[in-house]
Design a protein around this ligand. Structure first.
Ligand code: THU
Length: 165
């Protein structure tokens, strides 16, 4: 990838600063989510999900769902991909592609994953895909309107309990 020095900052020329992905990049991201799906550990639901997350600086982190005999400990593919990125120091995202085996439907992220995405902004893209590679693009805000997010934590409150507990 080409890099330029812009006002003292090193920037990638291609796509950096823009959420707009080329068709080729979208196709690749969906393919990466389909590959991630192959790693799904889902002996209880038999429902494989894969995700591929594109960071602002064009790195890709993938994830699959990982279930557990203690059912409620299972983790979704999207959350796995996001946690992998965050734990490596990446918090700004352009897009996430999601893949499942549903033949006739675009895989729709669960409510918990929508909230997890929302933590890192409203204005980035989610590609809901089908196994044939077709997709539906929605923003995080479209998937989770009127949401609660990190900004709300510092809004004016009636009481400030900081010193009381
Ligand atoms: N699943 C995901 O990984 N992502 C979603 O957005 C929907 C659901 C997983 C969780 C569980 O392992 C299986 O799919 C069935 O719910």
């Amino acid at each position: 990838m080409d890099k330029i020095n812009f006002n003292g900052k090193l920037m990638h020329v291609k796509e950096q600063g823009s959420r707009q992905l080329s068709q080729e990049t979208v196709k690749k991201l969906i393919h990466q989510s389909q590959e991630a799906k192959k790693q799904a550990y889902c002996p209880y639901s038999n429902f494989r999900v894969g995700a591929a997350l594109l960071t602002f600086d064009n790195f890709v982190f993938t994830g699959c769902n990982v279930e557990n005999a203690c059912y409620n400990l299972g983790v979704c593919a999207e959350r796995n991909a996001i946690s992998k990125a965050v734990s490596e120091g990446y918090r700004t995202f352009k897009a996430i592609a999601i893949a499942s085996d549903l033949n006739d439907q675009f895989i729709s992220p669960c409510g918990g994953c929508r909230q997890f995405m929302r933590e890192f902004g409203l204005n980035w893209d989610v590609y809901l895909s089908k196994p044939d590679g077709s997709c539906l693009k929605m923003t995080v805000e479209e998937l989770l309107p009127v949401s609660f997010g990190p900004e709300d934590m510092s809004m004016k409150k009636v009481f400030d309990i900081t010193n009381e507990y």
